[in-house]
Ligand binder design. Structure first.
Ligand code: PRX
Length: 662
């Protein structure tokens, strides 16, 4: 984040009080006002164990826990000894309580025929039947409790069914975003030692077919060569594109046709692995973040309930526009929403397919009441123009949400006025893959909002801004964002890498969880996130390790060295800027630039595609050989550097970099 941004945020003082009519419109507010929040927050911090035990009692447990929390830095166990099943609490419980016929998932496909798009409504009973069938099919393939099943699918209801089916039998899932390339599948399958992949023939994206099965085939080939052969690939037919067939392949519809629809949920320990989700770090390969059963279930459902004020039976329709391949989809399309018995809407495709008003058409068609999206999408909508939302009836909307990166005040105001008609609060939710659920967030009927601030910590969350010694910083002083107490949905480690877990989150400020974000807290206690403190960039609200992109670039024949930094980008928030040194015999050219961009897309996926590539004779380095990324960031942003360059090894490099054309 630039200092100009920080300046503008510092001067952002507009306060938006919750409308008095909101509570009624939402079927009654869980947290009624600011004083109510403060009271409950105080109680939750003074005695988190009693606070969370009371909430956890609202779920079905097959065996009660004997101890709420066992905490020894950096290891937490919640609801120790308790046995439960997340799929049961999302699905079966609703059926058992007489709500089996109610809508659990509303799905809309991307392509539109003469009669409009394909729409499906799945009830809790449908989910129970389908998850049971798939669960039995997985068991028949040899999947057992504790195994990791990889899921690489498009946004179809079967993706949620696949996740829930794994949870039902106590297998962990590892969902890989369908926009990632084959290489990303290889790394993740290998790290998780996963033997079974669930996929689709293809996925629809802006009218084009994404060849998911082909990508899986390519990954399987590499994996076999690496002695990590995948045993079974289950393929859902969605698009009807031609696919190659191998002995390891099975059609989803064949396996489930004969599978029994009765599959009692496995008794899982509260600390059994529920899923792995890979996310980027500043060094090395993506890390498999481990989330377990009991604490994650309780925390995601509790935050969803309070943060969106979800009320069953109050005609609410909740829509989160994320993909299930990200943590937002895990926690706030599937696991946090289903236990709240409010329909969760899944949309298959792009926001501009076929036109730029697709999202608003969906909101109007399904009378969406809760809409949760990312600032990058909001900035794209702003650019596309007000006429698109204006064409549709958005009067059903009651609560808006934002996630993934700081929302700039201009985008906030546009979202509030143009989408929310000035009447909907915006819950700007700060959290991470590692935190499992919302950590710092407004509550819709209780929190006065300031555009750009994620406001206050959720119940039980002891968030603080500290310096390297763990000392709390005074108001408005920037520092490290840490969490000083464990919370139920916190990560339980990095899969297979204990040391990296300790080094990344628990070493810099001993005894506290280090989020990796810089932040400040203003004199009213509002939190302002200022951006990452490591070599991770936030592109369109998605985390990307600059090193991953650098590795992809140097894997190209022409490249000997590459440095990647973030640069300001109008829509993405942060774009990818690459500085590249070519090997002998390779000439800088537009054709090469394009081929490098395509190479990165192929290696990682379109989100990592560089927005700018500059060819350079050398990179600015310190005398000890470290690339001076700050200088590169300034150059990428088109700024004169005010950084200290006294340790720069070769001053001429800088001048040459500035001269080099784009
Ligand atoms: O830098 C913060 C930013 O996204 C990071 C977490 O990324 P990821 O694990 O991919 O999860 C994204 C979805 C939860 C954080 O460290 N971030 C996320 N939400 C916000 C945010 N920054 C500012 N405001 C937010 N609301």
């Amino acid at each position: 984040m630039t200092s100009a941004n920080i300046e503008s945020l510092l001067h952002e003082n507009r306060l938006f009080e919750p409308a008095a009519t909101l509570s009624k419109a939402l079927g009654g507010a869980y947290v009624k006002n600011a004083a109510d929040y403060r009271r409950r927050y105080q109680r939750s911090i003074e005695d988190p164990e009693t606070f969370w035990a009371e909430i956890a009692k609202g779920f079905d447990w097959f065996r009660p826990w004997t101890k709420v929390l066992d905490w020894k830095v950096p290891d937490a166990q919640w609801f120790v000894g308790g046995k439960t099943n997340v799929c049961h609490n999302c699905v079966d419980r609703q059926v058992l309580q007489g709500h089996g016929h109610e809508v659990a998932i509303i799905w809309e496909g991307e392509p539109s025929g003469a009669n409009g798009p394909e729409i499906r409504h799945l009830s809790y009973r449908d989910l129970q039947r389908e998850t049971s069938k798939l669960a039995n099919a997985l068991k028949a393939l040899g999947v057992r409790k504790g195994d990791v099943v990889t899921i690489y699918m498009g946004m179809v209801p079967e993706l949620a069914i696949a996740m829930l089916a794994c949870a039902r039998i106590g297998a962990a899932h590892s969902v890989i975003f369908g926009g990632f390339a084959a290489a990303a599948i290889v790394d993740r399958v290998q790290d998780a030692q996963s033997k079974v992949i669930l996929t689709c023939d293809g996925a629809w994206r802006r009218g084009q077919v994404v060849p998911l099965k082909d990508n899986v085939d390519a990954a399987c080939e590499t994996l076999a060569a690496n002695h990590a052969a995948v045993e079974h690939v289950v393929v859902l037919r969605r698009v009807g594109n031609a696919v190659k067939w191998h002995p390891r392949d099975h059609w989803w519809h064949d396996l489930t046709l004969t599978a029994s629809d009765a599959c009692p949920p496995e008794w899982c320990d509260a600390e059994d692995l529920l899923f792995l989700l890979y996310t980027s770090g500043s060094t090395g390969k993506p890390k498999g973040i481990r989330h377990t059963t009991g604490g994650y279930m309780v925390y995601t459902a509790a935050t969803a309930k309070e943060v969106f004020n979800l009320v069953p039976g109050a005609h609410q329709v909740y829509w989160c526009t994320a993909d299930c391949g990200w943590v937002t989809g895990h926690s706030y399309i599937v696991y946090g929403i289903l236990p709240n018995r409010v329909p969760t809407l899944m949309y298959e495709g792009a926001p501009n397919a076929p036109k730029e008003d697709r999202f608003w058409e969906i909101v109007a068609r399904h009378r969406v009441t809760h809409f949760y999206t990312a600032p990058t999408a909001i900035r794209a909508f702003m650019k596309w123009g007000d006429e698109h939302p204006k064409r549709h009836d958005l009067s059903s909307l009651k609560v808006l949400g934002s996630v993934g990166e700081p929302i700039n005040p201009e985008a906030w105001i546009w979202y509030h006025d143009t989408i929310g008609g000035g009447r909907c609060p915006i819950v700007d939710t700060w959290w991470q893959t590692e935190t499992g659920g919302h950590m710092i967030t407004p509550l819709p009927c209780a929190t006065p909002l300031v555009p750009g601030s994620c406001t206050h910590p959720f119940f039980g969350i002891d968030a603080a801004i500290v310096n390297e010694n763990g000392e709390e910083q005074p108001a408005n002083a920037g520092g490290l964002l840490v969490i000083r107490k464990p919370w139920p949905a916190m990560l339980r480690g990095i899969h297979g890498d204990r040391q990296r877990y300790i080094d990344t989150y628990w070493s810099r400020v001993p005894g506290m969880y280090l989020a990796g974000d810089g932040a400040r807290r203003d004199e009213r206690g509002y939190f302002w996130i200022m951006g990452r403190i490591d070599d991770v960039i936030n592109v369109s609200g998605h985390r990307l390790g600059t090193m991953e992109v650098e590795s992809a670039l140097v894997a190209h024949d022409a490249v000997v060295e590459a440095a990647v930094v973030g640069m300001p980008h109008e829509i993405k928030g942060t774009g990818v800027a690459a500085f590249v040194t070519l090997g002998p015999g390779h000439e800088a050219s537009d054709a090469l630039r394009k081929s490098l961009m395509e190479h990165v897309t192929k290696e990682i996926g379109a989100i990592a595609r560089p927005d700018m590539i500059r060819f350079t004779q050398a990179l600015p380095k310190t005398r000890s050989g470290k690339i001076m990324r700050r200088l590169l960031r300034d150059i990428a942003a088109g700024k004169e550097s005010r950084q200290d360059t006294t340790t720069l090894e070769d001053y001429t490099v800088l001048a040459k970099l500035r001269e080099s054309d784009e």
